[in-house]
Design a protein around this ligand. Structure first.
Ligand code: NDP
Length: 475
């Protein structure tokens, strides 16, 4: 046996990761359910490194040095369970199975517990960066038992993206924590994309810019605080011309966004954990709304009630949008990190937000200059109650706040939807409010359900005898 790592599931992601391992000098055993994919990989890229071709699971497992390390890159869900079962039957105690697919973290918790009983190590690893990242350096978020990281870490770190000499890969925490943070990463990605979409829509609808001109704006923004992979590719997508019509490609793409589910998972988990991830939720709902094509068709032409003229100072409004985008993005990340803190507490994972910011600086879809600031903020104060309270972000929002309000109010008066900009601003306003209408909510709950309330001036729980003499009693 001579392979240091085995990869099973050689579709786009698996084959690129296998090549990445090989290019870094590791001997890689290859396996795929249908052998054609294995052969295609060896034929096209066999010269890139040392691959071991295998057909059966037994042959595959037999090709690996001990402790055996196998990375599964198959379709998430039942296929992953099927492959784990086959592998586990052929492996020995101490061997390591890594699931690099987009697994739901609760599935990872279940799989880890069951494999631990059989003496095997199971590492649920979130991998971000898409096709290109898989080949040239993804961001990797491995969970699972700490001791398995000793045998696995160096291998994963060698193929991960590197930023300032630091690999974008670190041990995240026990069992499902790697997939959990990958899920929240994807949720943040949804929010980021929605915010960029709203900025694009405002530049087009409020300022009348065409795709090319908007591309120039994003390119310029990418030179500043907003520098990020998503802003960079936004400009590239906007600049693409459709060969068939000669129009900007974006103008001939159907405006109905699809989703594979990780954004929805993030919001469901946030609901269970009681964490308001309003930016991510708006992004998921915005995709759903865009996809309601029949309803949208029927609603075109409904009253608009536009109350404002378009902004006359285009330069100022563009800058306002940039500031609104930045401030809303701070909120989306703050909410995502809150969810990570809540998950960490719920599952006893002891997650380190600064480490996550560090490994998200490169390789992954949300990589951005901004993550250096998040890392600094958590390095300075690991117990930060909210990212928006870090001095740097506090100041950034203070600088942006007027622009942010102008953008949300102007968009509202013009009838241009800005769900994520607006909800992020409302979240900010609610968080900093001294009093919230929740006092009334508590009164109503006590009225109809005797659910009790607390008082600002006394300890304990109270109830008003609403259907009696309306006096107050201690509950
Ligand atoms: P797919 O999700 O399309 O999965 C295809 C692979 O799964 C093929 O190798 C296929 O084998 C195998 N497979 C499917 N069903 C079974 C089964 N029952 N038993 C054994 N093998 C099976 O491939 P991707 O490369 O797109 O993604 C792989 C994983 O990585 C997924 O979990 C995905 O969510 C995740 N991921 C993907 C990203 C992306 O950008 N695409 C980014 C990050 C993570 P066969 O060839 O025989 O059909």
């Amino acid at each position: 046996a001579r392979a240091q790592i085995g990869v099973t599931g050689l579709a786009v992601m698996g084959s690129n990761i296998a090549r990445n391992f090989a290019r870094h000098g590791h001997t890689v055993a290859l396996h795929n359910r249908s052998i054609a994919k294995t052969d295609a990989l060896i034929e096209e890229h066999g010269s890139e490194g040392d691959f071991v071709r295998t057909e059966t699971i037994e042959e595959f497992v037999g090709a690996l040095q001990k402790p055996r390390r196998v990375l599964i890159m198959v379709k998430a869900g039942d296929p992953t369970d099927a492959v784990i079962e086959e592998l586990a039957a052929a492996m020995e105690p101490g061997d390591i199975i890594i699931d690099g697919g987009n697994a739901l973290y609760t599935d990872t918790i279940r799989r880890e517990a069951s494999l631990r009983e059989r003496g095997l190590h199971f590492v649920g690893a979130g991998i971000s960066g898409g096709e290109e990242g898989a080949l040239n350096g993804p961001s990797i978020m491995p969970g699972g038992p700490k001791e398995s990281y000793a045998a696995l870490g160096p291998l994963l770190e060698s193929i991960a993206a590197q930023v300032d000499g630091t690999p974008c890969c670190t041990h995240i925490g026990p069992d499902g924590s790697g997939h959990f943070v990958k899920m929240v990463h994807n949720g943040i990605e949804y929010a980021d994309m929605q915010l960029i979409g709203e900025a694009y829509n405002l530049l087009g609808s409020a300022l009348g810019y065409d795709a090319g001109k908007i591309a120039d704006v994003f390119t310029e923004w990418n030179g500043g605080d907003l520098e990020s992979y998503l802003v960079e590719i936004t400009a590239e997508v906007l600049r693409q011309t459709d060969a068939k019509t000669g129009k900007p490609l974006v103008d001939v793409i159907v405006d109905a966004a699809e989703q594979k589910g990780t954004g929805r998972w993030t919001v469901k988990s946030a609901l269970d954990l009681g964490v308001p991830v309003t930016g991510i939720a708006e992004a998921v709902f915005a995709r759903a709304l865009s996809g309601s094509r029949e309803q949208r068709k029927a609603a075109v032409g409904l009253a608009s009630g536009v109350l404002a003229d378009k902004p006359t100072d285009a330069a100022q409004f563009t800058e306002d949008i940039r500031q609104a985008l930045y401030a809303s993005k701070v909120v989306a990340y703050a909410q995502g990190f809150d969810q990570i803190a809540a998950g960490s507490a719920e599952y006893d994972w002891d997650l380190h937000p600064a480490d996550l910011a560090t490994i998200w600086r490169g390789g992954c879809i949300i990589r951005a200059r901004f993550l250096n600031r998040i890392k600094d903020a958590y390095d300075e104060n690991p117990k930060l109650p909210s990212l928006i309270l870090a001095p740097y972000f506090r100041d950034a929002i203070e600088t942006a706040i007027d622009s942010w309000r102008r953008v949300v109010s102007t968009a509202t008066l013009l009838g241009i939807p800005v769900p994520a900009f607006a909800s992020s601003l409302s979240y900010y306003d609610a968080l900093r409010a001294e009093r919230l209408p929740a006092a009334l909510t508590q009164g109503q709950r006590d009225f109809f359900g005797a659910h009790t309330y607390e008082r600002v001036d006394a300890e304990g729980k109270f109830h008003t005898l609403w259907s009696g003499d309306r006096s107050e009693v201690r509950a």
